[in-house]
Write a protein that binds this ligand. Structure first.
Ligand code: X6L
Ligand code: MG
Ligand code: MG
Length: 184
């Protein structure tokens, strides 16, 4: 069998491998400082990274804080990417992007200028201490499901429901409002 690299003679002109790409969904959130700026920068950085292509971004949503409720409202959104990275490579990459945007981890569930979570990676399930896919609580979070349903209404979630069905559930206390950067 002739290998592609041999055929191209290793001259650096081998075409990039456009196969073996996985669709993944990332959740993005910010509730400190220039929230929209942090989200936009996160998406822009992700898209420049070799092995990640940002295909679609939801609108941003103003969302009431969940978990630790005594903190500012979040801006949340979801991105669909294509990636050649493994789940663990992708995790290291999103953590590095959080670092580049100056994320400081103070208290658990506390305010953060940027948070990037892997929600789904194909139909893969991973259960490791530091890496759980699908994101274990995504189905209970309106701030994930509403933007996810906007860009992928037909997506079948781990519980077998469509994303748009799941997003129509009732989520007591989980306000999700459309965001406009032009609001007064
Ligand atoms: C009981 C106990 C019920 C804990 C819920 C929920 C914990 C969500 C953590 C929980 C519980 C979380 C965001 C947020 C956080 C965000 C909005 C978390 C981690 N991140 N609220 N709260 N958006 N709106 O991105 O998701 S902290
Ligand atoms: Mg999160
Ligand atoms: Mg996170």
């Amino acid at each position: 069998m002739l290998l592609l690299a041999e055929f191209y003679g290793g001259d650096g002109c081998m075409p990039v491998n456009s196969g073996n790409l996985t669709t993944a969904y990332l959740g993005l959130g910010s509730n400190l400082g220039d929230r929209e700026g942090h989200l936009q920068r996160a998406v822009a950085i992700l898209d420049t990274i070799e092995g990640i292509e940002v295909e679609r971004i939801s609108s941003w949503y103003e969302t009431a804080p969940v978990g630790k409720t005594s903190q500012g409202w979040f801006l949340n959104g979801v991105a669909r990417i294509k990636t050649s990275m493994s789940p663990r490579e992708l995790l290291l990459t999103v953590l590095a992007v959080e670092q580049r945007l100056g994320r400081v981890r103070r208290e658990r569930w506390g305010p953060r200028n940027i948070d990037i979570d892997i929600l789904l990676y194909d139909n893969l399930t991973i259960n490791e201490p530091d890496l759980q896919i699908p994101h274990p609580r995504m189905q209970e979070r309106a701030f994930v499901l509403v933007p996810l349903a906007e860009i992928a209404p037909d997506l079948i979630l781990p519980d077998g429901r469509r994303a748009d069905e799941a997003a129509r559930d009732h989520f007591p206390g989980q306000e999700v409002l459309p965001y406009s950067s032009l609001r007064c």
